[in-house]
Design a binder for this molecule. Structure first.
Ligand SMILES: Cc1cc2nc3c(=O)[nH]c(=O)nc-3n(C[C@H](O)[C@H](O)[C@H](O)COP(=O)(O)OP(=O)(O)OC[C@H]3O[C@@H](n4cnc5c(N)ncnc54)[C@H](O)[C@@H]3O)c2cc1C
Length: 677
């Protein structure tokens, strides 16, 4: 998460709300917050967040430019920010209002550099609900127009922002309410303790949250606030509590305005202030005790509105007006340039008199707004799962039978589920692929009708498999079967089924993930590496777990009893050289037409796993049912994982890695030609 900090309590509210929805919609997400602070902030105060300070994020474009250089290869690559970009699965920017004519050019450029860093590291850049625009100045328009479209997802929190983006040609922009609507306040008890500690007189009171930024733009702001305070104290005979939403280590912040206003007013007895730093949930709990709220802080206003405290905003940007329109309280929105104090006072008076009804009005709409505020998590989930196809759930798992797991390519889940379905009489047989008994280098697809036959077919054959014979058989055979295949095989079978050319009923389509198949020349190449001939081969395994466990090395068992193990790196390095041409065009790596798709758990957390674990995408009711039953009967281990993990496994290689792979494959090609002529 970038673009936020803990100095501004609005930003903190965004961070904590983002954390809350990520935890709600994703399975055990690891969240790292890269703040603008110089030093790492201890994460104790914010459980579940790893917070890193980063000098690269200081907000100066020049520093960012320097930060990009390490990507090209200097030893500075260890810089925190760079490291985080490299490690993250997704970069989420939560900066509330970073790109606009109202922000500095530097700030706008820094935002663009963040997007490009994400692109360089091949990580999706996500803009979580924020305001953007207008972009009337040429330089800002130039940068934003070119760089922002590289984001994977853009969510804004107002129609106005969407309009500004569309004006510069940026489309596919989503609108949702600000995330901070869902921030949970601290307990009532905590609020009462804080109020007591600061000797704030008991209710009723009006809470005022000023904003240093408004003062910077309009020095008359202090007079306006002073008049409002005098009115509340004298005419409404009510207490006033000032809250600060900003706690800078140096320089002036909201507390400066609070002190200026208090100095300026006549009757100070009824005026209180809390200028000690409290967390965003604590501040929200304090606001909940107020009768009405006057806020110049955007997230201060959201804190009040989300707990139905009648609120007036005195704002400096279009976002304030849009916020009040969202909660149907536009008449209580005041522009900071408004100098008509009488008019403002009327609004305060009106809000005070109607506070009970306004509270009820807010209560009637706030639940829906809070629900809508969770939308970004669902949009993110959709974005991160793109390319997986439709699915019901995603898992990791393995067969609980040690022998099946060992026989299987990954976690032996395909074989385990086939055996389970057969034993439970859900199917009459499984259409699987084994090595031909006549030729140990040629695969054959057949109908396995026993556990032994299913296990004979376990493990992946990374070579072309002729399906025409079995398809012909299925034309005439009656019965109920499960079919296992790579994406193109499943597609072919589904087409035949659709055309009514198959009598057999396929109850389960098991799809294997497939990132390209290799030509038979690969086998020749491997045999040339070990100086053996085809006729000497008894068994050929693309990925045997016998030597070094999962993911498995190439193993050739010879007729004379010799066993040759060839490190897996050989297969990976020459993959581009022996890839079947049409596989380069395939965009269905996860086997989207299946009931359940299976792949290897190539995830960092399984790197040390020697037994093998499968990644599973369950797509249909029947697939989900089979998985649930097998899990219930203790046949398989099955744990939900986040769908973004599957996407991570599907991740395109970065350009640099692609070039390196090509270079390596040319080297092997030369070596192959040298050896084989
Ligand atoms: C060509 C190919 C490419 C693959 N690429 C990837 C990849 O890039 N990423 C990834 O995560 N997973 C990939 N897989 C899938 C992976 O290798 C495992 O097959 C999958 O994880 C299932 O493991 P398992 O232990 O559950 O299966 P097992 O219990 O070992 O069962 C595997 C089943 O697949 C069948 N089978 C094996 N080879 C073929 C074949 N060529 N055609 C049809 N059926 C076959 C067998 O008959 C057996 O029933 C690929 C598989 C193949 C065949």
């Amino acid at each position: 998460m970038i673009g936020g900090d803990f100095v501004n309590k609005g930003a903190e509210a965004m961070i904590l709300s983002t954390q809350a929805i990520l935890n709600k919609y994703f399975v055990n997400p690891e969240i790292i917050v890269a703040t603008y602070e110089k030093k790492n902030i201890g994460s104790k105060k914010y459980p579940g967040l790893k917070i890193i300070g980063n000098k690269w994020l200081k907000g100066k474009a020049i520093l960012y430019a320097k930060a990009v250089i390490p990507v090209i290869g200097t030893k500075l690559i260890k810089g925190n920010l760079i490291k985080r970009y490299e490690q993250a699965d997704v970069i989420i920017n939560i900066g509330g209002f970073s790109i606009s004519d109202k922000q500095s050019i530097q700030g706008n450029i820094v935002y663009c550099i963040e997007i490009m860093l994400s692109k360089l590291f091949n990580k999706p850049f996500i803009a979580f609900p924020q305001d953007m625009g207008p972009f009337k100045t040429m330089i800002r328009r130039f940068f934003i127009k070119r760089f922002l479209p590289n984001s994977k997802l853009i969510v804004v929190r107002s129609k106005e922002s969407k309009k500004y983006l569309e004006e510069i040609g940026i489309k596919n922009v989503h609108i949702t309410p600000d995330l901070a609507f869902i921030l949970k306040p601290s307990s009532k008890k905590r609020a009462e303790e804080i109020l007591a500690k600061h000797k704030v007189a008991k209710c009723p009171f009006v809470c005022i949250i000023p904003n240093m930024r408004v003062y910077e733009r309009n020095k008359k702001y202090v007079d306006t606030l002073s008049s409002i305070v005098n009115f509340i104290v004298d005419k409404l005979e009510t207490n006033v509590l000032f809250l600060s939403h900003e706690f800078k280590k140096s320089g002036n912040d909201d507390r400066f305005v609070i002190n200026k206003v208090i100095d300026n007013i006549k009757n100070k007895n009824k005026v209180f202030k809390i200028t000690e730093e409290y967390s965003a949930p604590d501040l929200k709990a304090i606001i909940s005790k107020a009768d009405i709220l006057i806020s110049s802080r955007f997230h201060g206003a959201i804190a009040g509105l989300s707990i139905c405290v009648p609120t007036i905003v005195i704002g400096w940007a279009h976002k304030y007006k849009e916020l009040m329109t969202l909660v149907k309280q536009e008449k209580y929105s005041v522009d900071y340039q408004d100098v008509d104090i009488e008019k403002i006072m009327d609004k305060v008076n009106d809000l005070w008199k109607n506070k009970t009804n306004i509270k009820k009005d807010l209560e009637s709409i706030i639940l829906k707004i809070k629900k809508d505020a969770e939308q970004p998590a669902l949009l993110l989930k959709g974005t991160l799962s793109e390319g997986i196809g439709k699915f019901k759930d995603t898992y990791v798992g393995y067969s609980k039978d040690k022998n099946i797991r060992a026989a299987g390519q990954s976690g032996g889940l395909v074989s385990a589920l086939l055996i389970y379905a057969l034993e439970k009489k859900m199917i009459d047989g499984a259409i699987v692929t084994r090595w031909s008994k006549k030729d140990p280098l040629l695969p054959e697809t057949f109908i396995a009708r026993s556990k032994e036959e299913i296990l004979q077919a376990a493990k992946s054959k990374y070579c072309p498999v002729k399906m025409s014979e079995i398809f012909r058989k299925l034309k005439h055979i009656k019965g109920n079967f499960a079919f296992v295949g790579v994406p193109c095989q499943l597609k072919a079978l589904k087409k035949l089924e659709k055309k009514g050319r198959i009598q057999a009923k396929i109850s389960f389509y098991f799809g294997l993930f497939c990132d390209r198949t290799l030509t038979f020349k690969f086998q020749d190449y491997i045999l040339s590496v070990i100086h053996m001939d085809k006729k000497d081969v008894k068994e050929f395994t693309y990925r045997s777990k016998e030597w070094r466990g999962w993911p498995g090395d190439i193993q050739v068992k010879l007729k004379d009893g010799t066993v040759k193990n060839i490190p897996k790196e050989y297969r990976m390095k020459v993959k581009p050289l022996f890839t079947i041409k049409r596989c380069w065009n395939c965009s269905n790596k996860t086997n989207k037409l299946s009931d359940i798709s299976f792949g290897d758990a190539w995830l960092p957390e399984f790197r040390r796993d020697k037994l093998g674990t499968s990644l599973i995408v369950s797509r249909t009711k029947s697939g989900e049912m089979l998985l649930e039953k097998a899990k219930h009967d203790d046949v398989i281990e099955l744990d939900k994982i986040d769908s973004s993990k599957i996407k991570q496994e599907l991740k395109k290689r970065s350009f640099i890695k692609y070039v390196l792979a090509k270079i390596k494959s040319v080297y092997f090609k030369l070596e192959y030609i040298k050896r084989n002529g």
